[in-house]
Design a protein around this ligand. Structure first.
Ligand SMILES: NC(=O)c1ccc[n+]([C@@H]2O[C@H](COP(=O)([O-])OP(=O)(O)OC[C@H]3O[C@@H](n4cnc5c(N)ncnc54)[C@H](O)[C@@H]3O)[C@@H](O)[C@H]2O)c1
Ligand SMILES: CC(C)[C@H](C(=O)O)[C@@H](O)C(=O)O
Ligand SMILES: [Mg+2]
Length: 368
């Protein structure tokens, strides 16, 4: 299989972990006889420095023509003085919006080798397998007006959604729930927000089309509490943009670190942008200690979801688990014993485990 993949490393640790994903994909390409052609482009702060804007035209054009896009992370204190409309983060919002990537899938699972890594009690997190489906191209992030008024003494941000924007993400959530445990939790703030009342109406209407799916409505504040006191309660969660952003970072304590979680941002035709859910981590950028596994697992997510390469994605996930099983971990993971490794070392361990598999497989085949 031949695929054109656009790489957008971005800023901070985004640049460090993108190297890891690239290396893993190169090994997969060799092992499985694929051709992955990488096209690297600037986004975020790096693009502001080089082109004066966070999403240059050539980055967007290349992304439009790609088979899939991998993104590291954007942002950092260097660009704090930029006006809001030209901050690094706007590059990310604009690429999501321009490519119509309205559905953000954020799976939260316990990695088998990491059952002890969560700060939560093991019996609480045990068996957790959650998919947060976050609306990604509407809500407060994109509503107009968004501005200071009255000589800077008042401010307005706008939460706006069109009906079709809610309908398509809710439809996606029902469809996805049908492939999972058929339990859908819709998260909103319908006790206060008009937008949430419309959201709830649409969920209730859609539920008539999916009688097999059990639906519950949970207010976002209670959902935040339940997510970490009883994560095993949840299967598929659907929510609007900002609530999904906050809940997914919170949910990362279930497996043990923000550095572990991958995501896919997709539209109806399956075109996707894949990125870890975390940011550019300015506090550790440049130190070579970032956890590359959320990025590597995002590459696996891309292979499975955009290219249908299940065996290859499984292979990466197996190699990640194996590296952790052997007792290696990066500094973000609070595991008692084991060996602390750098970003590069963790990447090499994953790569070695990919290769080991091929060697042991061929030995097995010889004996069979
Ligand atoms: N998708 C994105 O590009 C994205 C996502 C979130 C935040 N951001 C941006 O990143 C910048 C920093 O934001 P922040 O500090 O609030 O959030 P962050 O996610 O960058 O970091 C939060 C904490 O988690 C740690 N962390 C994150 N990823 C890690 C990893 N892979 N390995 C080890 N530790 C990791 C960081 O060191 C930090 O202590 C901001 O400019 C923000 O806007 C970008
Ligand atoms: C950087 C920021 C705009 C972004 C978001 O809020 O969507 C990030 O937090 C994320 O989760 O991808
Ligand atoms: Mg976020």
């Amino acid at each position: 299989m031949k695929k054109q993949i656009v790489l957008l490393p971005g800023d901070g640790i985004g640049r460090e972990i993108m190297e890891s994903a690239k290396e893993v994909l190169q090994v997969i390409a060799e092992e499985f006889d694929h051709t992955f052609i990488f096209h690297e482009h600037a986004i975020g702060g790096a693009a502001i420095d080089a082109y004066g804007e966070p999403l240059p035209e050539e980055t967007l054009k290349a992304s439009e023509h790609a088979d899939a896009i991998l993104l590291g992370a954007v942002g950092g204190p260097k660009w704090d003085d930029q006006p809001v409309h030209n901050r690094p983060e706007q590059g990310l919002l604009k690429i999501r919006k321009s490519l119509g990537l309205f559905a953000n899938l954020r799976p939260i699972k316990i990695i088998p080798a990491l059952t002890h890594a969560s700060p939560l009690k093991e019996d609480i997190v045990s068996g957790s397998d959650i998919l947060i489906i976050r609306e990604l191209t509407g809500g407060l992030y994109f509503g107009k007006p968004s501005e200071r008024r009255n000589n800077g003494n008042s401010v307005v941000d706008t939460l706006s959604y069109e009906r079709y924007e809610m309908e398509r993400i809710i439809e996606k959530a029902f469809e996805t729930a049908m492939t999972r445990q058929k339990h859908l939790t819709s998260v909103d703030k319908a006790n206060v927000l008009e937008s949430s009342r419309m959201w709830r109406e649409i969920v209730d209407m859609k539920s008539n089309e999916y009688p097999e799916v059990t639906v519950e409505h949970v207010l976002v504040d209670a959902a935040a509490m339940k997510l970490i006191t009883n994560p095993a309660h949840f299967d598929t969660i659907v929510t609007e943009n900002l609530f999904g952003d906050i809940l997914s970072d919170e949910a990362s304590v279930i497996p043990g670190s923000l550095g572990l979680l991958p995501s896919a941002s997709v539209r109806e035709d399956g075109v996707g942008l894949y990125e870890p859910i975390h940011g550019s981590a300015p506090d550790i950028a440049g130190k070579g200690i970032a956890n590359p596994l959320g990025m590597i697992l995002s590459a696996a997510f891309m292979l499975r979801n955009s290219f249908g390469l299940d065996a290859e994605a499984n292979e990466i996930e197996r190699a990640v688990n194996e590296a952790l099983e052997q007792g290696y971990h990066t500094a973000d993971l609070q595991v008692k014993d084991g060996t602390l490794v750098s970003t590069k070392e963790m990447t090499e361990l994953v790569v070695e485990n990919l290769s080991t598999r091929s060697i042991s497989d061929s030995i097995c085949l010889t004996y069979v």
